[in-house]
Design a protein around this ligand. Sequence first.
Ligand SMILES: Nc1ncnc2c1ncn2[C@@H]1O[C@H](COP(=O)(O)OP(=O)(O)OP(=O)(O)O)[C@@H](O)[C@H]1O
Ligand SMILES: [Mg+2]
Length: 295
Amino acid sequence: MLEISKVNTFVGKKEITKNINFKISPGEVVGLIGPNGAGKTTIMKTILGVMKFTGQISLNKMVVTENNHQALSNVGALIEHPAIYPFLSGRENLELYAQDQQDCQQIISLLQMSAYIDNKCKGYSLGMKQKLGIAIALLNNPKLVILDEPLNGLDVEATIVVRKIIVKYANAGTTFLISSHILSELQKVMTRIILVNHGEIIVDQKISDFNRQNRPQYQIQTDNTELTVKLLQEKQLQFSRDNGELIVKQADLFAIQDLLYQQRQHFIKLTPIAINFEQLIMNELKRQRGEDDAK
Ligand SMILES: Nc1ncnc2c1ncn2[C@@H]1O[C@H](COP(=O)(O)OP(=O)(O)OP(=O)(O)O)[C@@H](O)[C@H]1O
Ligand SMILES: [Mg+2]
């Protein structure tokens, strides 16, 4: 439904993102991840046609340009700070955009905003404003919802509420592009990961493939560590040392088992080490830094 091809975004003459290519299918929840300044907000703004760019962006086969926003009629977005009129109530703000009262009321209920929705927004807390911004993005049954740091300022309960709404809309076919630094939350909803660094996409994978590729490593201990190290080196199997224990790849386990068996050695310990999602992302960024240094 969204297709981005060879997109470079500029501020003045400065190139902010380079050669961005990706496609999103209906109902996908895409997590846009990357360090501060990587280009996430820029990519989102570019899709919304508010940045100067080269390349092609199309939404449901309609082309987005800086001047033609017709393709964006089915897109809801929250970018940086929500655009809210402080002297109107939350409900009045929503009604400025809403095409359907029932839809509007449903979103207020879903986001649990009924208690304060008729108060003037100037008295809203950060989290209340953020929820109102999410509500505006969800109005009118958009086909694509773009949320930049939607969990900013939300408490635990509101975070869970927003997560459930994302899943509910995605199950009904709405597509999401979401940036967040709260990886543990994003991990619970995203079906695809796009990792951005220095204005370039370095990972674009289904989350199941990303997780499979980064299967856990194993910590092993054998009868004779030095002999095991020698055997691994001879067979050029990757490992790292952690005192008397060795850390090896899951993919190499059977080969290692065979090697040990031939030498009448045994595993004394064999423990999977789960790497958490944050660590996986850090590893990807480190790997890219290594590749950049090697260039
Ligand atoms: N208007 C602008 N003028 C000059 N540089 C800009 C402008 N907007 C963005 N940039 C630069 O573009 C780069 C990407 O910024 P962007 O806001 O897209 O990052 P981000 O990934 O959203 O970061 P964060 O996680 O902090 O929100 C940064 O180096 C930033 O300094
Ligand atoms: Mg940003």
